[in-house]
Write a protein that binds this ligand. Sequence first.
Ligand SMILES: [Mg+2]
Length: 211
Amino acid sequence: MYIVCSDLEGVFVPEIWINVSKITGIDELKLTTRDISDYNVLMRGRLNLLQKYGLKLHDIQKVISLLKPLPGALAFIEWIRERIQFIVVSDTFIEFADPIIEQLGRPTLLCHHLSIDPSGNITNYVLRQDDAKKKVVEALQGLNYKVIAIGDSYNDIAMLKKADFGILFNPPQNVIDENPGIKVVESYREIKSIISKLIHEEQQKDSETSD
Ligand SMILES: [Mg+2]
């Protein structure tokens, strides 16, 4: 039985930090998992910048509340959920993701969380576990699911490689070049046709074994 695990930013919504950078005018905040392969280096850099410029959780949440899903994202999620189980697996934080997840119809979200001091400063981030995306895939496979994984960046690669079928959605060229062998698509339509095909093949196999 298949299940879909998908990344959030860059797949269903715009990159949160690029928009924080645009709105605050802090250019250094525009780096994302699409540019930097070590997530801890990226996050420590972001927290230092927030501290330097005096930005609090509330400021980031204000920017996030302005973000809208990418065109077609909602219909695509509905299409998936009508067919198979679906989980969003993200390296974002629950304090950031909630308004976005609400706009997406509240699919299940597995992500991390932030440490906030009494004045609302983001003092640290707490990863739910290391290699969290890959471990979600492993756990689901341990439950006898076959995983179709969708992502767009460096932090998705381990998940995509571990999945039974991994898909890179509109990735930057550096991620494509460094990861030959992972299927690359440019549209939700292409992902739909992959999912339809995999479900169809599985149904055929099931009917053959029951004959
Ligand atoms: Mg992403």
